[in-house]
Design a protein around this ligand. Sequence first.
Ligand code: ZN
Length: 623
Amino acid sequence: MRNRHVIIFILSCAAFIGCQDLKEKKEQPFKMIEQVDFSHVKIQDDFWTPRLKSHSIATLPVCIDQIENQTGRIQNYENAAHKTGKHSGIYFDDSDVYKALEGIAYSLINNPDPALEAKADEWIDKIAAAQEPDGYINTYYTLTGLDQRWTNMHMHEMYCTGHMIEAAVAYYHATGKRKLLDVSIKMTEHMMSVFGPDKRHWVPGHQEIELALVKLYNETQDERYLDFSNWLIEERGHGYGIGWNNEPWEPAYCQDDKPVREMTDIAGHAVRAMYLYCGMADVAALKNDTGYIEALHRLWDDVVLRKMYITGGIGSSRHNEGFTEPYDLPNYDAYCETCASVGMVYWNSRMNQFTGDSKYIDVLERSMYNGALAGVSLKGDRFFYVNPLASKGDHHRKEWYGCACCPSQISRFLPSVGSYIYGVSNNAVWVNLYIGNETTFSVGKKDITLKLETKYPWEGNVKLTVKSLSSPLKREIRLRVPGWCDSYNVKINGQSVNKPVTEKGYVVLNKKWKEGDLIELAFDMSVQVVAADPRVKEDEGKRAVQRGPLVYCAEEVDNTDSFEKMTISSKTSFTSAYIPAMLNGIVSISTIESGKNITLIPYYAWDNRRPGEMKVWIDYVEN
Ligand SMILES: [Zn+2]
């Protein structure tokens, strides 16, 4: 494929993520779209199916081996149950067990596996045995002194509990077994007996419990859990955080410097911020809280317009694993924690559900296909914690980390990607991501089966078939036009739709749908050359290359002669071609500049071959 060379000069990041008028009318505070859960979506896709497979044959086994054999995470529970031995590892290591359990649960939903389920049951028995009679559960404090529990906000007791709740809900959905759910409810009741409006104040130093309590509310319909989540969010910014004396951080590090509804600038630790915003969005949806929504809109503008990398990565600084000044986006030293990119997926999905605006899915897709996907090797058995946009050749994925949040994050994220494809609202079916699948869900009390076929992200053609529908159904089908796409066309049953109606980045097709109807989309997927906001000093005089949702990079292994002095210009003409044998099958982009070949590969695929230098931003010559 030879693509026309498109140069997109942009004045701000907003342009390339399809950002729309920031002064748009205030949105209704309640959720308008319900996500179609991945348990209804059978992914059949050349790009994602191999990733789901490597998740079950490589990612999960690595996580289980590390948790059980290479580190003492399960032994900690056994020690806690018997009140003997020492705690090993870091005080929040319990959270990795829960995140891997959540990943196991999702994997069981996609592919039942009795041996894997038995392993999860075995872990859950050990976890349950470590619960204190009053409901408290945390192996670190049980083994180091329960008298010290709840004395320091930074010790992640509620963070670990939040991950336990998420795992418990997931495992209950996967298997119908509620042992971990009962442990979680007992711990929640314990927390609510200690903290609350007429009890002790508390600010969790690492958010997560807030969104988890909403999941627990959704599962149990016990409103006290929703109210407790809301109360914890409202506790922030009033000086209630305790334990600062032993920490080098300011309250802003964990978003405790001001009440959440007054927040304007994203600051502090990136993953903490993402989890807080998810919790705020979840509570806002159920409580119709416009104050939270307005704050989330301000925070979104700040991060996406001023503090996000082209890869969708956020949190540029290693120092605080988080944010610094606007436009401070170094490439070699980019932090971009894998968990933060996954957090962007979680948060942007929620923002889309409030607004029906595709700009959030544009960011979700950018973070998912680039920042997050780079976090795992092609084989699925090695992980990045830090995701720089340039490397001298000394940065490589590892099997595990002392702080192992990112591998365990990947273990739960990958098997649930099917959740981001579809949404349903009162009058519409929403198609957000183009991943091959077959899905059946309910619309207007009718079951509809849709089949989506595509070679995305390599090609821009998409076929969506109404595979089964008992009787005709009058609804809109809204199909996202990706922010990166300059031109597209759409057909219904072979007929081109002239000047299709669009709203907030979606093509709106409104008719009485019947079985066998076929929608065809063709998105122009040309190579695009992108400039950063000129205020990003690190990218001055440089350009990045993207094609479709994928950001590209140059690796030394493909460019041994040209890497150091590589330049592109306004005259550079790129060729793109699918190469099945390269990096499990990719579209590589190439050109010849000054007599030397330049080959670019998708950023997510870097560091899967011979170690060497890498860069996303390439020197650019005006001519
Ligand atoms: Zn992480």
